[in-house]
Design a protein around this ligand. Structure first.
Ligand SMILES: [Zn+2]
Ligand SMILES: [Zn+2]
Length: 250
């Protein structure tokens, strides 16, 4: 992959061979997807270069480092504001429950003088955004809150990150739209024995992933699994297909 997972766990903690850090993907020096605890691995210098954060959804494991990251770079963003790209549900949640002047300052109004720190950009499913020559296509997945996955075309490599989701016809239909996928990254939160819990919480298991892959007319070159709950890692690892790989964070 030509993108880097700073965090790839479905929770905090974890084991030595499966590094801790919740979802945060560094697509380029200036672009992140999600802002989980993996973001904390960046230096302040690296953080100050981030200009775009694409969020999948509002759940804490995907946004918890966003407020602290923004506080770190206040006054250091001389190249312009950080743009948070997300669906309207996610942006509403951030404004109502995070940047609400109680849990954290409203950074869309701070600082009072230039440079502005933060701006929001509302995305809809199937919208395509190009930043620094990298094309990101948002697509709806099936989770407990409105969620977007992202298909990323960077330097000729096509990576599809399906975010938090469970298996539905709608998800299959969205994934069928992408052709010549080099890397398909799927969440695998629970072991197959916990399928009822996985479905109820909008997640996948190895058995559900097998069903999903069988339904894709054009299989991806490589399947990667991420977002394993730390307590489910050993059970999931025992169920892996030889052709699947686990995403590790650094
Ligand atoms: Zn979630
Ligand atoms: Zn999650």
């Amino acid at each position: 992959m030509n993108i880097e997972f700073l965090g790839s766990n479905g929770g905090i903690g974890g084991t030595a061979e499966f590094n801790p850090g919740s979802t945060c993907i560094q697509v380029s020096e200036a672009i992140l997807v999600d802002a989980g605890t993996g973001l904390a691995k960046l230096t302040v210098e690296q953080m100050s270069k981030i200009r775009h954060v694409f969020l999948t959804h509002a759940h804490l494991d995907h946004i918890c480092c966003l407020p602290l990251f923004l506080a770190n770079i206040i006054g250091k963003n001389n190249d312009g504001p950080v743009t948070i790209h997300a669906n309207s549900s996610t942006l509403d949640a951030l404004q109502q429950h995070v940047f609400n002047q109680v849990l954290w300052p409203d950074f869309t109004r701070l600082p009072a003088h230039e440079p502005q720190l933060l701006q929001f950009n509302t995305l809809v499913s199937r919208q395509v955004i190009t930043v620094d020559g990298i094309e990101l296509t948002a697509f709806a997945t099936t989770h407990t809150v409105p969620t977007l996955g992202y298909a990323i075309k960077k330097a000729g490599v096509h990576t599809v990150f399906a975010a938090d989701t469970t298996l539905t016809d709608a998800l299959v239909a969205e994934l069928q739209r992408f052709s010549a996928v080099d890397h398909l990254i799927l969440e695998c939160s629970f072991a197959s024995a916990d399928e009822a819990l996985a479905i109820r919480t909008g997640h996948l298991t190895p058995a559900l992933i097998r069903q999903l892959l069988q339904r894709l007319e054009q299989p991806p070159q490589q399947v990667w699994l991420t977002h394993l709950k730390p307590t489910a890692v050993s059970a999931i690892v025992s169920e892996l297909e030889p052709s699947w790989a686990l995403v590790s964070s650094h």
